[in-house]
Design a binder for this molecule. Structure first.
Ligand code: PHE
Length: 345
């Protein structure tokens, strides 16, 4: 017996490299490793050798077999991988689809949309105003003169830039959306009905119920013969659409320099239905907005003819409204952008 293991090995290696499918590979495996295959024949031939050559020859056959065995295994693995990959490229319509994550509106923007849509349904237009305002629009025209103590209630961020339109004061970040009233009345004659959503700024320390930036929605309706009962009726319709038909509303006398008379609006607590709980501080009522009849001084500031028109105005805090509607206890949650919070809405 005289096997040339080197050339046998080379030949086997070439055959395995050349084969392109599993069936062909199996034929090669049988040819070499099968019961009647080449390697079996080699072992059989061992018997005819003199004893002193058997160990050496046996070792060579073992090595040859192990080499061929591993080549075949590797090839089998790569052919199976290839087959898997080819399968992936074909479309299996029975596999459930992977849905792509889609973004959505921030909860505050959803509230703004919802509130504006209610007022649009009642005939109001939606308009916006600038966040950088003049002292005139934010205060003076709203009947809040420079030295008036009521300015303290509207703590304000001032900019280092003077108002380019000539007033002595500096520009500022609006502390409420009411200056938009002035811009709207300067640009339009009555009848008008507008809501203005937007950001406002106040230098408050941040805590669970305060933020230096928050959102308001201003409302303004001016015409001849607008009455306080129109204001009350309008707000009642609005609040029932937003919080549900069962909600009760009450007006409490209040003071704003730019409305007279003025009121704060309460709704019955949605949690305890007015019985008193921790959300409403046992009062059964929640304060949710300010309102009133436009002050004659404001009409004067925008140049409307004296005594011709009356108007109603209101302003509400979007964060507070949203917190009440959804039972959210901390205003900071709106601005931390934690997806676990935002994805709930
Ligand atoms: N601007 C007032 C505030 O920020 C709210 C308000 C608006 C009150 C319009 C009356 C009329 O508190």
């Amino acid at each position: 017996m005289n096997f040339d293991y080197d050339s046998e090995q080379q030949e086997g290696q070439q055959k395995i490299a050349a084969v392109a499918d599993l069936k062909g590979l199996e034929e090669i495996r049988v040819e070499y490793l099968g019961k009647k295959g080449k390697i079996a024949a080699m072992y059989a031939a061992l018997a005819g050798l003199p004893d002193d050559r058997k160990p050496q020859e046996g070792k060579k056959i073992n090595e040859f077999r192990s080499h061929i065995f591993h080549l075949i295994e590797d090839k089998r693995n790569s052919l199976v991988d290839k087959k898997r990959q080819e399968k992936k490229e074909t479309i299996d319509v029975t596999i459930p689809g992977v849905s792509a994550p889609v973004g959505h509106k921030h909860i505050l923007m959803q509230t703004i949309d919802e509130i504006c849509a209610i007022f649009e349904g009642l005939g109001f237009a939606v308009q916006e105003g600038p966040e950088v305002e003049t002292e005139f629009n934010n205060f003076t025209a709203l009947n809040i003169p420079a030295d008036h103590p009521s300015r303290d209630g509207f703590d304000t961020f001032y900019l280092k830039r003077p108002d380019p339109d000539g007033e002595k004061g500096n520009l500022l970040l609006r502390s409420h959306t009411s200056p938009a009233q002035i811009r709207i009345m300067q640009a339009h004659k009555p009848p008008l009905a507008v809501v203005v959503p937007g950001k406002v700024y106040r230098p408050d320390a941040v805590d669970a119920s305060h933020s230096f930036m928050f959102h308001q929605i201003e409302g303004l309706l001016v015409d001849e013969n607008v009455r306080f009962s129109d204001l009350k009726g309008l707000l009642e319709v609005f609040l029932k659409k937003l919080f549900g038909e069962n909600i009760k509303m009450r007006l409490r006398p209040h003071f704003f320099p730019f409305t007279e008379p003025s009121a704060e609006v309460d709704i019955s607590c949605y949690i305890c239905d007015g019985k008193g709980c921790s959300v409403c501080g046992k009062k059964g009522w929640l304060e949710i907005m300010g309102c009133g009849m436009v002050h004659p001084k404001v009409f004067e500031a925008v140049g409307y003819p004296k005594g011709k028109y009356t108007g109603l105005a209101f302003g509400l805090g979007v964060e507070r409204m949203t917190m009440l509607k959804h039972g959210i206890r901390d205003i900071r949650l709106f601005f931390e952008n934690d997806m676990r919070f935002l994805e709930q809405f």
